[in-house]
Write a protein that binds this ligand. Structure first.
Ligand code: CA
Length: 227
């Protein structure tokens, strides 16, 4: 796993590099903002450690630039001042976490590990079935590249089906998972399946949401039951 450290203070960069290398990360260091931004844009890093006060292009600018390019690499900001304003501004610009200087290395390492772990969880929570894509972290859905606007319930229902791709879920199971113990009418599931079909399947040759007579519903690629 590669980590990019953008830090102009050589002594701090050295401490971070040594510590992370001992923890088996591969570390690149950029000593100024312009170089750091260039390296970050080349990609391949699991995490960025970004100092705010840098000569030339500062940390905020780097963060803003990467996020405007839809680069979601986790960013840990190092803030020299403990001022709340710096932190808020950093988080607003898309940083994931911040660490005020001076810091102890174990604290930095703990943050690094947490951010990388969190990023992995997010990445694996991307469901793709045929041309249907679901980002469960953001609760967003696309079909053939076009985003579909779903209500809260419609989304929950779709995610429940998609998380069990190819398995038949009974109405009772769906009711329990999506509506929990709320009161709902006996045909609620069918009504919502109808709504979901209009949004997800209508206009597409391939119908992903399928009724299994007498059993319930399933979401799968149709070629699986044609064989
Ligand atoms: Ca600095």
């Amino acid at each position: 796993m590669r980590v990019l450290v953008i830090e102009d203070e050589a002594a701090i960069a050295r401490v971070i590099r040594r510590g992370l290398e001992q923890a088996h990360y591969r570390v690149d260091v950029a000593e100024n903002g312009a170089q750091g931004l260039k390296m970050a844009m080349e990609g391949g890093y699991s995490l960025l450690i970004l100092d705010l006060m840098l000569p030339g292009v500062d940390g905020w600018r780097i963060c803003e630039e990467l996020r405007s390019r839809r680069d979601r690499v986790p960013i840990l900001m190092l803030t020299a001042r403990s001022g709340l304003e710096d932190r808020v501004r950093g988080l607003e610009m898309g940083a994931d976490d911040y660490l005020p200087k001076p810091f102890e290395f174990p604290e930095l390492l703990a943050r690094v590990r947490a951010l990388i772990r969190r990023d992995k969880v997010h990445k694996t929570r991307h469901i793709r079935i045929a041309d249907l894509e679901i980002d469960t972290a953001q609760r967003r859905v696309w079909r053939a590249g076009t985003e579909i606007a779903l209500s809260h319930r419609e989304y929950d229902l779709l995610e429940a089906l998609a998380a069990h791709e190819g398995q038949v879920l009974t109405r009772e199971t769906i009711q329990e998972r999506v509506w929990m113990d709320e009161e709902s009418y006996s045909n609620t599931v069918d009504v919502y399946i109808g709504l979901l079909r209009k949004k997800v399947d209508a206009g597409h040759a391939v119908k992903l949401i399928q009724t299994v007579r007498g059993a319930g519903y399933t979401l799968r690629r149709p070629e699986e039951d044609e064989r």
